[in-house]
Ligand binder design. Structure first.
Ligand code: ADP
Ligand code: NI
Length: 214
């Protein structure tokens, strides 16, 4: 099959699956990661087909909201993606997620580095802040509880079971991401978005403590 047709088929498949997803992994997240990945690919040079396919499919089997972990592979088989591309795509998707920082997510290919950067950039800045609170809300977590300090996770089970609040997520993940970017292009974008999150947190604590004594 022609690569453009495969990409289009994949867009339709993913859009149908994630359009009304409510944890911040909706179709528009995928679209932003796709566009950012394409931009990074132009600057950093990688295989555009692999990058686009990974960007589109990277959240379909995610443990955070999906129970079936073979959907992506089944789909790739159904549209006759060649074996070599399929194994490249699957390898990146299976390893690129942060997962509380408890698993090695190092990418050895430029394609993996690029989509991982794009996915992480979308967790930063104003949109990243909105996504974090959307995710926290979907797990019934409070916005903030000053008595619960940031956690050090040892296993994926710890990450899944944590009785946490969303402000902690900034310290457990979001503020660390700028130093974990793979490509220089993404590093620059991450620095700007990082600064905005620091501004947000300062204002948040300022308002939290406003007339604290009333
Ligand atoms: P990853 O799989 O690398 O964690 P995703 O693309 O699945 O990345 O996106 C994770 C999104 O969900 C990010 O925007 C992240 O901030 C949000 N998220 C994940 N875990 C939490 C959490 N415990 N609290 C708040 N937001 C979270
Ligand atoms: Ni994602």
């Amino acid at each position: 099959m022609n690569k453009d047709i495969i990409i289009n088929e994949t867009k339709i498949f993913v859009k149908n699956k994630l359009l009304s997803e409510g944890t911040g992994h909706d179709w528009y997240h995928i679209k932003r990661v796709y566009n950012l990945s394409t931009y990074l690919c132009e600057k950093e040079n990688g295989d555009e087909f692999i990058i686009k396919m990974v960007a589109l499919l990277h959240d379909i089997d995610d443990w955070k909201f999906s129970n079936n972990h073979n959907t992506t592979e089944d789909f790739l088989k159904s549209i006759n993606v060649d074996k070599e591309s399929m194994s490249k795509i699957m390898k990146i998707i299976k390893t690129m997620s942060f997962k509380g920082g408890v698993q090695d997510s190092t990418q050895d290919s430029i394609e993996g580095k690029i989509v991982q950067d794009a996915d992480r950039l979308d967790a930063l800045g104003a949109i990243g802040i909105a996504r974090a609170f959307a995710y926290g809300g979907s797990k019934n977590r409070v916005i903030y509880d000053p008595h619960i300090k940031p956690m050090k996770f040892k296993s994926l089970e710890d990450v899944k079971n944590a009785n946490n609040h969303t402000i902690n997520h900034f310290y457990e993940k979001l503020l660390k991401l700028k130093d974990l970017m793979n490509t220089n292009t993404a590093k620059h974008i991450a620095e700007e978005r990082h600064r905005f999150m620091e501004l947000f947190l300062n204002e948040f604590y300022y308002e939290w403590n406003f007339h604290k004594d009333l």
